[in-house]
Design a binder for this molecule. Sequence first.
Ligand code: G6P
Length: 470
Amino acid sequence: MTTSGSADLVIVANRLPVDRVRDAEGNPAWRRSPGGLVSALEPVLRRNDGAWIGWPGGDEAGLEPFTEDGLRLVPVALSAQEIEEFYEGFSNGTLWPLYHDLVAKPEFHREWWDAYVAVNQRFAMAAAETAAKNATVWVQDYQLQLVPQMLRELRPDLKIGFYLHIPFPPTELFQQLPWRRQILEGLLGADLIGFQLAGGAANFVRLVRQRVGHRTHRDTIELPDGRLVRARNYPISIDAAAYEELARSEGVAKRAVEIRAQLGDPETVFLGVDRLDYTKGIRARLRAYGELIEEGVIDVGKSVFVQVATPSRERVEQYRLLRDEIDRLVGRLNGDLARIGRPAVSYLHSSYPKEEMAALYRAADVMVVTPYRDGMNLVAKEYVACRFDDDGALVLSEFAGAAHELRQAWQVNPYDLNGMKATLVEASRADPKERTRRMRALRKQVLENDVAHWADSFLTDLAGDVKPKR
Ligand code: G6P
């Protein structure tokens, strides 16, 4: 047993909800990084004398726990080598592509695995030292799948939850992983394991039965010592009311008008917003759009495609290659198809504050979200939350987790270029009544199932009131 701390609720996530920045005098300081997860959990953390454990980004060592804006934050340091092997390597070079349907080829390296084990152990230790007796610890995402079991060994008194934000892969793909059994056992340290979709939870239960040999019954796994573990789906969401409020603000309204003017007042604005990641299908959607211009179906004088691509994981090889590819494609599309003052694609490799995103959502007639595979995709939900005018069309990949809830979107298969072209045209030319009918249904779904509802459902089930599912 480790000596316990005083927090009744502990969130363990790869990243802290703050970024390390320099203030005006050049001294290091912390800045809140806006995220749905922290805004959803903040009220529960405050109520429960909570703490958040995570990596502050970078390789600065010796950072002590601190309180920021009333939130207790516990930094876990990573060395430069660990950033390479644990974060860029095993998390984002092995697990990320493996869990996203092999959209890129995962690499298997034993040193990466060793770093993953060592770093997970460090997070588990930090959680064990922070949590009060009988506290609840909620571990987040694929970077920390061994933490539940490691933590249970250190602190058997705790209630442990785990939530996977990305897809859990089909059993055939998961079996490729040389350390598949360790990962399954790592997760089984939790009392409740949450997934985005019912399919992911079912894949997990099947693997546990086949690979580890435990008895299972529907969403419940029985361990040899009699402990029960549940695997269920809890689709994540956003703070929908806050997005709507922002979108309604005067500043955002003005900015949306200004954006359209700056784009040359086109008839139709198409919009893509993604982390620059190969799972997002950015290339395919831009190619589809380019072909529509080439074929004369879309007039470059009347439409523009705005693509925001937020820089991400820039030192990982696959991400560097992707950036070059998109740079080349956008260059070629604009070189071949643009006219003076009328680009085919307005490409922004940058990240923007929430206000600017809300203005872009309001300015966009067609939101294009076409990942090859995505755990949920919150951009689709943000767009819907911002369209309080009941207008705007959402084109959504059927391989995004969000497609299960957002049934009224124009759904596409991102591998089917012709299908995607037809849908882009259909959505952009849809009758206003049809757009409104669909947007109303989407808004009802998103506003009724926000991120607070997500967090409450998970934490209520974890607390022990799990009712059997019909
Ligand atoms: C996805 C993952 C998160 C991750 C985020 C940003 O949403 O599910 O765990 O934090 O991407 O990626 P990064 O590598 O910058 O943390």
